[in-house]
Ligand binder design. Structure first.
Ligand code: AVJ
Length: 319
């Protein structure tokens, strides 16, 4: 059996690699787990868009309101003529607010793992902002390494909204922040949305919605494995679980078979014992202070922060 130390960060255990290898490795762990980016195939990206409109899911609408009300401040803190590089851009819904807030942005580089989300969004931005050069990059945002940016010497601003940073463990987030610092260069700005700690009932409702959209989003990864990797999961047997881990300050999504279960994936067998789950996603919740400390460990300094009046969500400009 593969021995994988819990001390090795998620990103190192699951480098670039293909879906098959990562699924086999993840299902071989003592706590079965799948990298959360695999939730976002075409169906998953579509389900996530539906989540953002649920009454219980406060992050999207709160962040949009914050981006609108902070537009003057965003313009002040980002140099004119900047290139916007968005990590995990998805449908690029919030980007338009940023592009409208900034002074004559020159380019937009959306980076996303889902082609079905990335290319139509890039096309929409091109149409709505004819003066901005749009260069979509298909791929994960975590291992950009030496990928060159096609934007010459304009000032750079990273954009990482939606609390996607909450999918990373703090150790991974620090690695990511350090690598974006190298990637974006000195004098860059980085605009990040981070979800905040709040009463448990609000958090739990946001990840266990009444209509079951989040449950469908979570289970979709099993259908994807069945389809793409010749898997035999019975998605109907798996319950969606979202719980708050108050030691790590994170929501965890799990899939839990309601009966003892075994499956095969690409000809390999995996057994689920009583109570065993697949851990599919983390969503870390920060305090403003905690997020500033994280940014500092990643080599950045928070120069502006906005929160809504109910303290649900925060938007930060890092320099
Ligand atoms: C896109 C990762 C920010 O963690 O809130 C929503 C994903 N998962 N409901 C989040 C998600 C379940 C979302 N992020």
């Amino acid at each position: 059996m593969m021995q994988i130390s819990a001390a090795i960060p998620h990103a190192a255990r699951f480098p670039g690699g293909d879906f098959l290898e990562e699924v086999l490795a993840g299902l071989s762990l003592p706590q079965k787990g799948l990298p959360s980016r695999f939730l976002y195939d075409e169906a998953g990206s579509e389900l996530f868009e539906q989540i953002t409109e649920l009454p219980e899911y406060y992050p999207t609408r709160t962040e949009i309101a914050l981006l609108k009300s902070s537009s003057g401040g965003l313009r002040e803190t980002v140099p004119s003529g900047a290139a916007v590089i968005e990590f995990g851009s998805g449908s690029s819904r919030k980007t338009e607010l940023l592009l409208e807030a900034l002074d004559r942005p020159c380019a937009y580089i959306p980076i996303d793992i889902s082609a079905s989300a990335l290319y139509p969004a890039a096309q929409r931005i091109r149409q709505n902002f004819p003066n901005i050069a749009v260069h979509p990059v298909l791929g994960g945002f975590q291992n950009l390494g030496n990928k060159k940016l096609p934007i010459g010497r304009c000032p750079r601003v990273g954009f990482f909204p939606g609390s996607t940073i909450g999918n990373l463990t703090p150790a991974e987030a620090v690695c990511f922040l350090r690598s974006t610092r190298r990637y974006l260069g000195a004098d860059a700005r980085f605009i990040i949305g981070a979800d905040l700690q709040k009463p448990l009932d609000v958090l739990l409702r946001a990840y266990n919605d009444a209509q079951g959209v989040t449950a469908a989003f979570n289970r979709n990864i099993l259908a994807r494995i069945n389809r793409e990797l010749d898997g035999t999961f019975d998605p109907g047997v798996f319950e969606h679980q979202a719980l708050y881990n108050d030691i790590e300050c994170r929501i965890e999504m799990h899939l839990r078979p309601s009966t003892p279960h075994w499956v095969s994936v690409a000809g390999r067998f995996f057994e689920f014992r009583e109570g065993e789950t697949i851990h599919t996603e983390n969503s870390y919740k920060y305090t403003v202070k905690g997020f500033h400390a994280l940014a500092k460990s990643g080599g950045w300094q928070a120069i502006r922060t906005w929160t809504d009046s109910s303290n649900l969500f925060s938007v930060h400009v890092l320099a």
